[in-house]
Design a protein around this ligand. Structure first.
Ligand code: G
Ligand code: G
Ligand code: MN
Ligand code: NA
Length: 252
């Protein structure tokens, strides 16, 4: 209850921050994308993890105004960074946001306000959305895709859904969960899983972004296995937008 009240206050006072984690093209090292990650610093508690407050926001409906703020910030910053070579910004979408009304309108408004082409926006959804209401999720996401917005499956491989949704909803990208990356290249099971995901993606014409890349050995193995992009502490944690200025120029 404390968390709920304090989160509501931070939303009202607009003290939530949006940070951006670089996504890198493995063959060149260029920063091609940025994932928007919401950050909450409470005056007494310090940084509160999204893993802690996002579920509260989902339960209370605060995820709608929160998600709107993240989306707006993401579009505004991406629009500025595009001229420096950034291809896209990725925004996490909660299943609750997908089920609500008005998301389509918000997307249109945010893109228009920032003058960002839809192709430069990627929505990250987890496999969970296809468990909850697969028909609705496919319908809504297909409509976004028709407008040019890209869709990525977050935490790919950790959900309990079947792969059938990849036929119903042609997505653009799979984000391989960091639990599969952590023990590369030594763990033979993770090697097998990585190879399978890379093959599946290639056959379906999708890109793969590996998450949680922390070492050069992981990056090298992923590149040699055909994974196109990576994200993780090796390249950088999520940074506040003002710290992004140098990043894009540096990578080119
Ligand atoms: O990197 P971090 O600890 O911030 O991320 C923890 C989790 O919170 C991740 O699963 C991430 O997807 C989620 N998350 C971070 N920002 C947002 C957001 O703006 N919206 C939603 N729905 N989830 C987010
Ligand atoms: O959306 P998602 O659930 O994937 O959120 C990304 C989460 O992973 C965030 O909590 C972020 O801080 C965290 N993260 C990002 N890069 C790394 C990394 O290289 N290693 C680890 N352990 N965590 C990471
Ligand atoms: Mn994500
Ligand atoms: Na993830």
């Amino acid at each position: 209850v404390r968390v709920e009240a304090e989160l509501r206050r931070s939303l009202d006072e607009r003290t939530l921050a949006v940070h951006f984690q670089p996504q890198v093209k493995l063959s060149t090292g260029d920063v091609v994308g940025a994932e928007a990650l919401v950050r909450w610093r409470h005056p007494e508690w310090g940084w509160v993890s999204p893993g802690h407050f996002i579920p509260v926001a989902e339960r209370t409906g605060m995820i709608h105004p929160l998600g709107r703020e993240v989306l707006r910030a993401a579009c505004v910053h991406a629009s500025r960074w595009r001229s420096e070579g950034l291809q896209r910004v990725a925004v996490n979408l909660s299943p609750v946001q997908l089920e609500g009304e008005g998301l389509e309108e918000e997307l249109r408004e945010s893109l228009a306000e920032a003058d960002l082409p839809p192709e430069a926006l990627e929505l990250e959804v987890t496999e969970e959305v296809f468990l909850r209401d697969p028909d609705r999720a496919s319908r809504v996401l297909s409509r976004f895709r028709e407008q040019g917005i890209q869709v990525a499956i977050d935490d790919f491989g950790t959900g309990y859904s079947s792969l059938a949704y990849l036929k119903v909803l042609p997505v653009d990208r799979l984000k391989m969960d960091r639990s599969f990356v952590q023990s590369l290249p030594d763990d033979s099971q993770d090697v097998a899983i990585t190879q399978s995901v890379a093959t599946l993606a290639r056959e379906l014409g999708l890109e793969v972004v590996a998450e949680g890349v922390e070492t050069c050995a992981q990056a090298r193995f992923l590149r040699e296995t055909g994974v196109q992009q990576a994200q993780g502490f090796l390249y950088g944690a999520a940074l506040p937008p003002e710290r992004w200025e140098g990043i894009l120029n540096l990578s080119r």
